[in-house]
Design a protein around this ligand. Structure first.
Ligand code: ACO
Length: 458
């Protein structure tokens, strides 16, 4: 790590050493035994391990909490991203997403996420140079891309090739060495667009375009995607800016499915390429990175503004969902959707208006006035407009989660670094409630029931 960077992280365990005081505690009565316990409340949270003292007998395991899908469990202390879903607030390291989208650029925002502060000029130039110096990939990685079938999904290619990087950079397993970690971060942020662009070029049968480091991060990506026979790709500054802003909006979103996957996998101290491949796999799923594709399909199905009332009626009757609406955390307008809506106008001035935009705008207007959506606090999320922009820029829908993965990489590596420096973290290992069979004797095959189909236990 160069000397002029701010120190990453601090001892997070310091937060938890405050002494128990009467007001900031929870008194629990165990009605099985009549015993009372005081449990410390800190940051509006109790520690699950404090419940283990609650036992009926001395040799009991102790009380656990059951929380499928982690609906109410904090798995870490983090200082990276803040979300207030009720108020529609998203901040990276304290900076509102709206200000970063307007004033920053993706590489600067990536630096902010990873190192905790906005860079000065020297720090920015050094960081940007280090990232752009690592955009090239080993020629053998290209052969992996060559090996994929012509219709392979680009996200599958990205996941496989980023995992393969761990075999090229064997130094990456030195995760306790700060210099080695810094190098892997440059490589990951630098190479993701190249892997993504090569996957895209392979799927359309075009020759690969090598990185051009005279260009910006987003500009170089556009060049690697769309350059044909011209010597230098001429970038449209509006599209370059739009892509950069979209990357900023996707750069982190605290402990979402893919980021939790990154932390979980990396908690075994595996190298960051393997962990990033796992995080990208989580992102590939339609409940996470694939909703903007579903929005486009929905707008196609609706077909015209006159069909919207019938479509909304069907949604209210439980026949399908209004895709791009609703969010587990945001119970207000997703702040990213507001920025994207503005961006759409700029992009469509260059590309021509995506005809689906009129349907989307009318759909939003009707839904936001409808009691069903108002009562349930269903507002447009980041995916409602992003697919329209990507499509207008010439991206096929299969590339949507790939674009998301490029944007999210700084968030993944920032969370990885924070996890490694957190003295409270260990290998992730949830508990379970075992409701299966008690101990029983092994039965020889000839003595087992003779049903044809295997019996499943739910
Ligand atoms: N359209 C219609 N009704 C909806 C929608 C929707 N998009 N979303 C939620 N509801 C309804 C539910 O049916 C439920 O109604 P009920 O109380 O009458 O049963 C109520 O609103 C609460 O919904 P939940 O499913 O409990 O909300 P949850 O927080 O579990 O789900 C989710 C959030 C998955 C995002 C959901 O809103 C959804 O499926 N939206 C559409 C898909 C989508 O746009 N996903 C992208 C999310 S953003 C991202 O991942 C980057």
């Amino acid at each position: 790590m160069p000397n002029n960077k701010p120190a990453i992280g601090e001892d997070l365990s310091q937060k938890t050493t405050a002494s128990l005081n009467g007001k900031n505690s929870l008194t629990i009565t165990d009605n099985r035994t009549g015993k009372q316990y005081d449990v410390k409340i800190e940051n509006e949270t109790i520690r699950a391990m404090d419940l283990r003292q609650i036992k009926v007998r001395d040799d009991d395991f102790g009380l656990m909490t059951y929380d499928p899908a982690f609906m109410n469990t904090a798995s870490c202390i983090s200082r990276i991203t803040y979300i207030d879903g009720d108020k529609g607030i998203l901040r990276y390291r304290g900076y509102p997403i709206e200000q970063l989208a307007e004033k920053s650029n993706f590489l600067e925002t990536a630096y902010l996420l990873i190192y905790g502060e906005l860079p000065n000029k020297v720090q920015y130039e050094e960081w940007a140079n280090n990232v752009m110096m690592h955009t090239l990939i080993h020629e053998n990685v290209k052969k992996f891309v060559d090996g994929f079938h012509y219709d392979a999904h680009p996200m599958g290619m990205l996941i496989s090739t980023v995992a393969a990087l761990s075999t090229f950079y064997t130094d990456a397993k030195n995760i306790s060495n700060p210099e080695s970690r810094a190098l892997q971060i440059y490589r990951l942020v630098g190479k993701m667009p190249t892997l993504a662009a090569f996957a895209f070029r392979h799927s359309v049968g075009r020759p690969y375009v090598y990185p051009d480091n005279d260009l910006s991060y987003a500009g170089n990506f556009l060049s690697m995607l769309f350059k044909m026979t011209e010597l230098k790709y001429r970038i449209n500054p509006v599209l370059e800016h739009a892509l950069d802003v979209l990357f900023i909006l996707h750069a982190d979103h605290e402990q979402n499915c893919s980021t939790s996957a990154m932390r979980n996998i990396a908690s075994s101290h595996v190298d960051p390429y393997s962990a990033t491949a796992g995080a990208a796999s989580a992102l590939y799923g339609p409940l996470h990175g694939g909703a903007n594709e579903a929005v486009l399909q929905m707008l196609d199905e609706i077909g015209s503004k006159s069909n919207i009332p019938a479509f909304v009626k069907a949604v209210k009757e439980g026949k399908g969902k209004l895709m791009g609406f609703g969010h587990r955390v945001y119970k207000n307008y997703d702040p990213r959707a507001k920025v994207i809506k503005k961006l759409a106008d700029e992009v469509f001035e260059v590309t021509g208006r995506n005809p689906k935009l009129d349907i989307a705008l009318e759909l939003e207007r009707i839904a936001l006035e409808d009691d069903y959506f108002v009562k349930r606090k269903l507002y447009p999320n980041v995916d409602f407009y992003s697919g329209l922009i990507y499509q207008a820029m010439g991206f096929p829908v299969e590339m949507f989660p790939v674009l998301f993965a490029i944007g999210r990489t700084p968030g993944w590596v920032a969370q990885w670094e924070e996890m490694l420096l957190d003295s409270e973290q260990k290998i992730a290992r949830p508990r379970q409630i075992y409701l299966g069979r008690d101990a029983r004797e092994y039965t020889m095959m000839g003595k087992r029931p003779q049903e044809k189909k295997p019996k499943s236990e739910a």
